[in-house]
Structures are given as structure tokens and as C-alpha cells.
Design a binder for this molecule. Structure first.
Ligand code: PBG
Length: 341
């Protein structure tokens, strides 16, 4: 039977002449939802962090980070081949040296762990973008990001060493240099040393607004970089501040940063949005170790639907304004996106 055609307004519930606003209309089917979707994740958004250790055939899972491993260079190359095949364009490397000392010499040794790893990767997988984290905390015996005198983590002497470290990474073939120390003036000295050595075209991704966060705990297990005394509050930012984040970002841009990062991501989505709106720079966000571990732990307990929460979290970081996301979920999320296609 044909439905009777109505020619009068049927908004019986409403005396208003305005049509009843039904925001649900565009949510009724997946096809409609996909048409109005504002934020879409892509495998191109991800940067995969990896931990490199000396030795061969070494692959050890991090207790607090299921699915994340310390890898020897041969294993790293294997892992990166898979990363590239999944459509993830870039990795960021953290190194654990053979020996640690007071001044972190392993960090700027041209035959150091990262320098050797970068050479191997650029030889085997030339078009994978290799980003290197520049910091001293994995290389110093005390676990601090720079030189320590008395109770002070010294700024100016430390940035000289960071610049040396950055240069050796570039000489090994790194595609992007990512200083994560949060000392004042480091982007400037790194830019200078790269430029005078003919690395004008190597971009700097600065950890520009990096907070003193409890969410780095599992990373410090993976990178064996926990400070032996004190903490990082004299250089990393106070979680309470966001105007200060804008000053930090602005300063790094003035000094020559090409990509600016906010870290961690989830407790700082408001900061990501402010940074993107204010500077319109390529903006990265680091979905850090603790953020990963919490989801893994809850997933393993069956308390949350882990794959779903993973995609929700990554989408929220992109929606907040991040152009790229450093995440330990990169491989899993890329697989999920590739399956959807
Ligand atoms: C410092 C560095 C840290 C992280 C990245 N680079 C740790 C720290 O500041 O103590 C943390 C990343 C994470 O938690 O996933 N080299």
C-alpha cells in the first residue's frame, strides 16, 4: 500500500516554525558517517619509536610495554622492513649504548649504537624516513639529559654535546634530527652545527613543549634511562602550564625548528590545539609510553575493547591538531587501517 502523502507540516511536537533539528540524520549509516567525518587517520600520520641495543639476533620485550622490544640492529632492519611495508613512512630511534659514563660519550661516538643503526637502515631501506632522538639520558651513568655539576643539570655545556650528537647522526644519514632534552638554545646550536657541515637540508623536529610527566615511566624501562637521583623538572615543563608551551614553541621556531612537538599527547590535547592554531607549523604529538601501557593493560584485562580505544585515542590526537603522531601503536593501527581498505 502506498503511504499517504502529507502536505501539511507535521512537526507535531513543536509549535515553532523552525524544522525539528535532527543531528542524528547524518549518523544513520556508515556510508553517511563516512561522508561527514572530519578527521581521518592515515598510515602516513604515524612515526614508530624503536629501541636499539648492541649485539645480534637480540629481541627482548619490554615488561611494561607489550609488543615493544629492544632490538639489535639486524632485528631492527627486519622490523623496519615490516613498518615500511605497512605504509608507515618514518621511525624514530632511541639507543642503548654498550657503556654509560658521566658525559654520555656513547651519544656522540661516530661508531655509537644509533650512528651504526642509521647507516644500516639507510643502506637496507633507503626511503624509510629515519628520525633520531637527540638526548644524553640513555648514555649518561646518572641518567640525566645533560652534564651534572653538583645538583645542577648544566645547560650550555650540555647543548654543545647535543650538537655533536646531532652532527654524528646527520653524518650517519639521519633524515630528521629530534632533540628531546628541553635545554635552552639547543635548536639554535644544532641548526648552526648542521649548517656549517653542509646539512642545511636536514630538518629539525624539536620536542618543543615537553612536560615533566609521569607517563614516561615505561619508556625509561625500555631505554634504561631513569635518572639515578632527582628528576627532570628543572628542564621539562610543569604540567600546569600552557601559555608557557606557546613560548617554548615560539622560541624553537625562532631558533630554526621545522616541526614542533607536544609531548605527551593525551593529557595535553588542549596544548596541541593551541599550538596548531597559533603557529600553523607542522605539528607532532608524542603518544608516550605510559599512554600506550595503560591501554595495553586495560585491554589485557578485558576492561576495554583495545583496538577500538587505540583508534579513538589516535583520532583524538589528530583531531586536536597533530599532523603526525609518534606512537607505539603505529604498526597495529596501520594494520587496522589497511584491513579497512
Ligand atoms: C628523552 C626522551 C624521553 C622520552 C622520549 N625521549 C624520556 C624522558 O624524558 O625521560 C619518553 C617517551 C615515552 O615515554 O614514550 N630521551
Amino acid at each position: 500500500m502506498m503511504k499517504e502523502t502529507k502536505l501539511t507540516l507535521g512537526y507535531s511536537q513543536s509549535a515553532s516554525v523552525e524544522p525539528f533539528r535532527r543531528l542524528r540524520r547524518t549518523r544513520m549509516t556508515e556510508a553517511l558517517r563516512s561522508m561527514v567525518r572530519e578527521t581521518e587517520l592515515s598510515t602516513n600520520d604515524f612515526i614508530y619509536p624503536l629501541f636499539v641495543v648492541p649485539g645480534t639476533k637480540f629481541r627482548k620485550e619490554i615488561g611494561s610495554m607489550p609488543g615493544v622490544f629492544q632490538l639489535s640492529i639486524d632485528e631492527l632492519v627486519r622490523e623496519c622492513t615490516e613498518v615500511k611495508t605497512l605504509g608507515v613512512p618514518a621511525v624514530i630511534l632511541f639507543g642503548i649504548p654498550e657503556h654509560k659514563d658521566e658525559v654520555g660519550s656513547g651519544a656522540y661516538d661516530e661508531h655509537g649504537i644509533i650512528q651504526t643503526a642509521v647507516r644500516a637502515l639507510k643502506k637496507e631501506i633507503p626511503d624509510l624516513v629515519v628520525i633520531t632522538d637527540v638526548c644524553l639520558c640513555e648514555y649518561t651513568s646518572h641518567g640525566h639529559c645533560g652534564i651534572v655539576r653538583g645538583n645542577e643539570i648544566v645547560n650550555d655545556a650540555s647543548i654543545e654535546l647535543l650538537a655533536k650528537e646531532a652532527l654524528t647522526h646527520a653524518q650517519a644519514g639521519a633524515d630528521i634530527i629530534a632533540p628531546s632534552d628541553m635545554f635552552d638554545g639547543r635548536v639554535k646550536v644544532i641548526r648552526q652545527i648542521l649548517d656549517v657541515n653542509d646539512f642545511q637540508n636536514i630538518p629539525i623536529m624539536s620536542y618543543a613543549a615537553k612536560y615533566a610527566s609521569g607517563f614516561y615511566g615505561p619508556f625509561r624501562e625500555a631505554a634504561e634511562s631513569a635518572p639515578k637521583f632527582g628528576d627532570r623538572r628543572s628542564h621539562q615543563m610543569d604540567p600546569a602550564n600552557s601559555d608557557e608551551a606557546l613560548r617554548e614553541i615560539e622560541q624553537d621556531i625562532i631558533e630554526g625548528a621545522d616541526i614542533v612537538m607536544v609531548k605527551p599527547a593525551l593529557s595535553y590535547l588542549d596544548v596541541i590545539r593551541r599550538v596548531k592554531d597559533r603557529f600553523q607549523m607542522p605539528t607532532a604529538a608524542y603518544n608516550v609510553s605510559g599512554e600506550y601501557s595503560m591501554i595495553k593493560a586495560a585491554g589485557r584485562n578485558g576492561w576495554i575493547d583495545e583496538p577500538r580505544v587505540m583508534m579513538e585515542v589516535l583520532t583524538s590526537i589528530k583531531r586536536a591538531g597533530a599532523d603526525m603522531i609518534l606512537t607505539y601503536f603505529a604498526k597495529e593501527a596501520a594494520k587496522a587501517l589497511n584491513e579497512k581498505k
